[in-house]
Design a binder for this molecule. Structure first.
Ligand code: GRF
Length: 193
């Protein structure tokens, strides 16, 4: 049984999908802890499933490195097999990536390497593309530059707002994430740095 630590910053809809999938007895992974860089709304999903949570408030540290060290200390308590960034809106410091790589994956609402970074949906809209996508990657010490594990195209509709496009992308992200976690858990998908 693959143990997962999931890190979020926001509503946690991707986390929720993972929790729902993991609640099925035949799913080969389970979430053991959920962490956030703030009092994220999505922590409520973990509480609903009785899963421990922790927060490492970004604003309480005077550097990314100090924040990352505390995050790593919290993660080490749970010794997860895999760390899943699912809506964590922070770049992990190199020290944390080095500690867990390649056992860290991330979901991104674009068809990488297109539109990396914190505003992938907004950037796709601004670029006027007719299609974007969703990607699941291995986290390395770049910005969304790690090996791509899964990705799928998502159409942009005329009149799309950032919200409407992001809400069309998220279900694809969730499906890709759950499938990637399943394939890692069964050994079908090997993680490389
Ligand atoms: C997801 O699209 C994720 O890829 C991006 O932020 C969004 C988080 O959504 N980093 P949610 O918090 O899972 O609803």
């Amino acid at each position: 049984m693959l143990t997962l630590a999931v890190l979020i910053s926001g509503t946690g809809s991707n986390l929720r999908a993972l929790l729902d999938a993991a609640s099925h007895p035949d799913f080969p992974a389970r979430v053991v802890v959920v962490g956030a860089d703030r009092e994220a709304e999505g922590l409520a999903h973990a509480e609903e499933f009785g899963i421990p949570t922790f927060t490492v408030p970004w604003g309480s540290f005077d550097s990314r490195e100090a924040w990352g060290e505390e995050l790593a200390r919290e993660l080490d308590v749970w010794t997860p097999d895999l760390v899943v960034l699912s809506g964590l809106m922070r770049l992990l410091p190199a020290s944390v990536v080095a500690r867990y790589a390649p056992r860290i994956i991330n979901t991104h609402p674009a068809y990488l390497p297109e539109f990396p970074g914190a505003h992938g949906v907004r950037d796709a809209l601004a670029a006027g593309v007719t299609q974007t996508g969703a990607s699941v990657i291995v986290v390395d010490d770049g910005v969304d530059t790690g090996p791509i594990l899964a990705q799928e195209r998502v159409p942009v509709h005329p009149g799309d707002t950032e919200h409407s496009l992001h809400e069309r992308i998220k279900p694809v992200e969730r499906r890709l994430l759950i499938d990637v976690v399943r394939r890692i858990a069964t050994g079908e998908l090997a993680l490389t740095g």
